[in-house]
Design a protein. Sequence first.
Length: 202
Amino acid sequence: MKMGILGAGGIAGTMAATIAQMDTVESWAVAARDLSRAQAFAEKYGFQKAYGSYEEMLEDPELELVYIATLHPLHYEHVKLCLEHGKHVLCEKAFTMNAKQARELFALAAEKKLLLTEAIWTRYIPMRFILDGLLKSGIIGTPRSLTANLCYCLDHKERNLKPELGGGALLDIGIYPASITGKPASMFNASHCWLLFSSASP
């Protein structure tokens, strides 16, 4: 499968290094708002094409799957753009900023018969499959509540402290424990979960 990356930031590099090790995925194209940045990324990670425009990359008829690696508030716009160009989409977490956006995108993907899913690594590790199996078996009964803790130091990146940029407890870090429920973090609100956020340095 020929895969493209929309956005050329840090997380995009992690994905690029990962797919470079996969036999079934071809590092096909990368797009950034600045062409020189995209070209440098392509050269570093072995992508065949570089674009200075997201739209230009999406018009490539050979491109099949796009990984969205932009900031959270831009996910809705960029996922929609990819779907409208007939591309399958793997979107970095957090999927969208709210439930309404998530529902609209899934409806659009279904209408166009395209794959749309969230890139969250903890959903695909062996522990997750074991946990899912235990829950489905009923061996522990019917869960009524969930308490989960995950801690990171976040104050070294300004974006992490700004909810309007997708930072804060829920969309940036809380998505990991929230994902155990099987729902996107964007579908949670204060009535569903409580998350403690601290920007204190260790």
